[in-house]
Design a protein. Structure first.
Length: 178
């Protein structure tokens, strides 16, 4: 960890507003990107960002320095986004139907597209698909963890992810991206 981050963390824990503002400014863009992946629009992303930074500041004392600060903050922000969605939206999950048909060898988006294009397409997914897709493909949660966090079965998580991949494939095909 950078020496600068270490001092910033100590000052934030001590409640120094200037340090909190500096930490916010340093990581705002990165954290906002995480929020955008889950939010329906920029305003909602800003609400999630605010909630996430409140959680970051409240939880900094528990940061163990085993991984880089930005990685810890990523996880806190993603969890804040998941909580926001669970609290404010009714996520509708469809039941398992022909899961094998959905499971095509299409596990990653071609790397030639930039992050904004991919984000645009992810945001076209229904909220249930989008949430599971973000949690599994981007944040790295297991289907078991997703099930626990969203109060759904592991199988539902798997099927929502498969459906999200299929929907992404259809969106990309429709836009002549693949």
């Amino acid at each position: 960890m950078e020496e600068q981050d270490d001092k910033l963390i100590k000052d934030c824990i001590a409640g120094k507003r200037k340090a909190q503002f500096q930490l916010y400014q340093k990581y705002e863009n990165r954290m906002y990107g995480i929020c955008l992946r889950y939010a329906k629009d920029k305003e909602e992303a800003m609400d999630i960002l605010q909630e996430g930074f409140i959680r970051i500041f409240k939880g900094l004392h528990s940061y163990k320095k085993k991984s880089p600060l930005k990685n810890w903050m990523d996880r806190v922000m993603a969890n804040a986004a998941i909580r926001f969605i669970s609290k404010n939206k009714k996520i509708v999950f469809q039941e398992n139907q022909d899961l094998e048909k959905l499971m095509k060898p299409y596990d990653s988006v071609n790397q030639q597209y930039n992050a904004n294009e991919i984000l645009f397409f992810i945001n076209q997914l229904p909220i249930g698909y989008k949430t599971v897709f973000n949690m599994f493909a981007i944040e790295g949660y297991s289907h078991k963890e997703i099930g626990e966090k969203l109060n759904i079965s592991e199988g539902t998580s798997r099927s929502q992810y498969a459906r999200a991949k299929k929907a992404m494939q259809n969106i990309l095909e429709k836009n002549k991206m693949i």
